[in-house]
Design a protein around this ligand. Structure first.
Ligand code: PA5
Length: 414
């Protein structure tokens, strides 16, 4: 089960905010929140909207017949599944992430990589207006039509969107599997909906363990048995009120890079509005200690840091002895990289705290499906309450919509 260091989270009298945070959480689960239409994500099990059997069946077919499964989606439509799959690794199939860029060079590279492969695609778009996934779906559709007949196209294309949307109609017109992007679940909250479940299942990962991990955090929060996510929300707001307006998520597992991208979207899009919010950033260590380490240690004191610690690296690489070579690294004899990495993480925490950075530590046992379910639910519940403490709407993203509109205007969309 996910653990936090509660002692660290009590700085700046964070606990004084706890009754307010609990009030918001009770409002959510008691069905009395003004944001009721956006709370579909609260139930991890309910988020699948009954589509889990269809997802599992399609995943079986994909895994039998495809070399590559292309996920077409951006932002909330791909960050969660990408975080899980890139960290754990797809089993026996290649997962390709498209719809994330407008770079012709990158798109050409991705299409070239698909040549000669048996390809299935999953297009995910809540509104089906977003430029990147919409344009890539067209491109891939035409690419696939040159290789597959209409019956095969119907089998190989899965569309996930708002029920009743144009994407739903296209699925019906072409006989494709349509999966719901549930109306009361926003993009960045779509973690346990078909949006994330279809790619995770297609990658051969355990969706049941993933949902079970989330449900365990959900249950503990609902029953009041474990309110660490609320305390985490209080800590961030207490730090902000004390003048710290940047948060860095630090991890020493490069496998968490895509998780950090997910986390950055979740916090940035949820809180960065009305001229408020903590700016979310991340560090992948130890590499980033050699770029951001200086600022973290001695730059302006506006930064708080959340260490995402993984107990079990699931690998062992001892440093070989090399007596007499003279490289002056003999002090590493007897060390394993698993322990060196943990020692470096602990040393960084000590140094940053000595440099007056308020730090918190969130720990998971190992990076498996269950842990990702736990992490996603923990941070999502935390941000939904943190935004209320901040005084902003946790569920809109008008800034993203504004940029989309200005891009449409630039491209002459009617
Ligand atoms: O969280 C959000 O709302 C956004 O990041 C969206 O997920 C992203 O813009 C993609 O939107 P859509 O799924 O409608 O294409």
């Amino acid at each position: 089960m996910i653990r936090v260091d509660r002692g660290r989270l009590r700085r700046f009298d964070a606990e004084k905010l706890l009754p307010e945070a609990e009030g918001y959480w009770q409002e959510y689960i008691g069905g009395k929140s003004p944001y009721l239409p956006f709370l579909g994500w609260l139930s991890a099990e309910g988020s699948a909207w009954g589509a889990l059997p269809a997802i599992k069946e399609k995943a079986r077919e994909i895994r039998e017949r495809a070399d590559a499964f292309v996920v077409v989606g951006i932002g909330g439509s791909n960050h969660a599944s990408r975080a899980v799959i890139e960290a754990i690794g797809a089993k026996g199939i290649e997962i390709v992430w498209m719809g994330t860029t407008l770079s012709a060079h990158e798109i050409a590279r991705q299409l070239k990589g698909l040549e000669g492969k048996s390809v299935y695609i999953g297009v995910i778009a809540k509104n089906f207006e977003t430029l990147e996934p919409g344009s890539h779906y067209r491109l891939l559709r035409k690419w696939m039509e040159q290789r597959y007949d209409s019956a095969e196209m119907a089998r190989r294309v899965i569309l996930t969107g708002t029920p009743g949307s144009r994407l739903n109609e296209i699925a019906d017109e072409n006989g494709c599997l349509f999966l719901p992007f549930p109306e009361p679940i926003g993009g960045r909250y779509s973690l346990f909906s078909p949006v994330a479940l279809m790619p995770i299942a297609a990658a051969g990962l355990d969706v049941d363990a993933y949902i079970a991990g989330a449900s365990s955090v959900e249950r503990a929060l609902r029953s009041g048995e474990n309110q660490d996510a609320l305390l985490f929300a209080c800590w961030r707001n207490a730090c902000l009120r004390a003048g710290f307006d940047i948060e860095v998520l630090t991890s020493f597992e490069p496998r968490l890079k895509n998780f950090s991208l997910w986390w950055r979207q979740l916090f940035g899009e949820t809180e960065g509005k009305d001229g408020k919010g903590i700016f979310p950033a991340f560090m992948n260590c130890s590499e980033d200690l050699h770029s951001m380490g200086q600022y973290m240690q001695e730059g302006s004191r506006r930064v708080i840091e959340t260490f995402l610690h993984v107990d079990d690296p699931e690998a062992s690489v001892p440093v070989p002895a090399d007596p007499g070579f003279g490289d002056r690294f003999d002090y590493l004899d007897q060390w394993d990289f698993a322990d060196i990495n943990h020692a470096a993480e602990q040393a960084t925490l000590t140094a940053h705290e000595a440099g007056d950075i308020p730090c918190s530590v969130v720990t998971v046992d190992r990076l498996n499906e269950r842990a990702f379910g736990e992490l996603f639910y923990f941070f999502t519940a935390a941000v939904s309450v943190s935004a209320r403490l901040l005084g902003v709407n946790p569920f809109d993203q008008n800034g993203v919509e504004a940029y989309k509109k200005s891009m449409f205007a630039a491209l002459g969309k009617p």
